[in-house]
Design a protein around this ligand. Structure first.
Ligand SMILES: Nc1ncnc2c1ncn2[C@@H]1O[C@H](COP(=O)(O)OP(=O)(O)OP(=O)(O)O)[C@@H](O)[C@H]1O
Length: 302
């Protein structure tokens, strides 16, 4: 499990992977990602520091402010937005060095499930606040922060001691049909093989994802543990295990033959309320109101 963290594997596979910079996250930022006690505030950006005194509303500084004794209001100071100036500066420099746009990822996971929240509908980020928004909104990231070791039988801690943010050069047109996951069991490739990726990963059993470029080069995207929360995609874990129990060591290569069978790799997860159209749901209520308003307008116009 630990070997599949990007900060662990990337240094050894840099030459055949996507250009990436890795930043150790201060614990204060990790706590910011975990904190769901109050309203969600984006970090105050270094570019907005000068504007801060004007942004915080201080009624006592207004001319017509009258303090009412014993109202209790004096105790309620506005909560300043969190800020992480050093991390933001490091990230800004990295984004520039990677060509101005990046794909963010924590130790194991990218915030794929929060792509819907960004203005572009994907994980492309050009600033620290875009990264913070995607990370804060993602259950995949929460999984890394809280539950990464849940399926480990030799679990000794509930979380890793440090978290890292990987910024990967943004590739705008990765074709989902050219991405492959390769299953390795006891150092044997049992799912799919790409010659260009050499077998010098430390674990015996794991999966790795590769992308085949237009000119036939293979880029290593990711490593994941064998089993656990790794999706077996067109296989099932039982099927792969069964094949190995039976001593089968032939490589099996599965592809989708129909074009419509290929879905983008990014999960297009949206809140359940978006999808729930049943009676009494938010959508149902919205449609009823719209219907009523339309009827009212029609009868008023008649
Ligand atoms: N640098 C990049 N630029 C653009 N898109 C990318 C980039 N890297 C990855 N992607 C897309 O995002 C998808 C998810 O990436 P990745 O496998 O790194 O995330 P993950 O959270 O580890 O996913 P999983 O848990 O399924 O392995 C990839 O399948 C690919 O389509």
């Amino acid at each position: 499990m630990n070997r599949c963290q990007i900060q662990e594997w990337y240094p050894n596979f840099k030459s055949c992977s996507i250009k990436t910079t890795i930043h150790e996250l201060p614990e204060s930022f990790v706590q910011y990602l975990l904190d769901d006690s109050g309203p969600f505030l984006l970090p105050l950006s270094i570019t907005n520091y000068d504007a801060l005194p004007n942004r915080v509303h201080k009624p006592e500084e207004e001319e017509d402010f009258v303090a009412v004794e014993g109202s209790g209001d004096e105790a309620e100071e506005p909560v300043p937005p969190p800020s992480f100036p050093e991390l933001e500066m490091e990230i800004k420099a990295s984004i520039e060095s990677l060509g101005g746009a990046i794909f963010p990822k924590l130790n194991w996971s990218a915030p794929k499930d929060s792509a819907w929240i960004s203005s572009t509908g994907n994980l492309k980020c050009t600033s620290f606040s875009e990264i913070a928004l995607l990370l804060r909104s993602s259950d995949s990231v929460i999984h890394d922060l809280y539950h990464a070791y849940d399926s480990c039988t030799d679990k000794t801690a509930s979380r890793p001691s440090s978290f890292f943010l990987a910024l990967r050069k943004w590739y705008p047109s990765l074709k989902p049909e050219m991405e492959f996951r390769c299953f390795v069991h006891h150092k044997l490739l049992v799912g799919i093989c790409q010659r260009e990726v050499k077998g010098n990963f430390g674990s015996e059993s794991y999966t790795f994802d590769v992308y085949v470029t237009k000119d036939g080069r293979v880029k290593l995207l990711d490593f994941n543990p064998w089993g656990a929360s790794t999706l077996p995609l067109m296989f099932t874990w039982d099927e792969l295990e069964e094949k190995l129990r039976e001593g089968g060591n032939e490589l099996e290569f599965r592809i989708v033959e129909s074009r419509c069978g290929i879905r983008p790799g990014l999960k297009t997860a949206v809140p359940y309320d978006y999808l729930d159209t049943s009676q009494g749901s938010g959508w149902d209520q919205f449609l009823r109101n719209a219907d009523e308003e339309l009827r009212w307008q029609t009868s008023a116009g008649a």
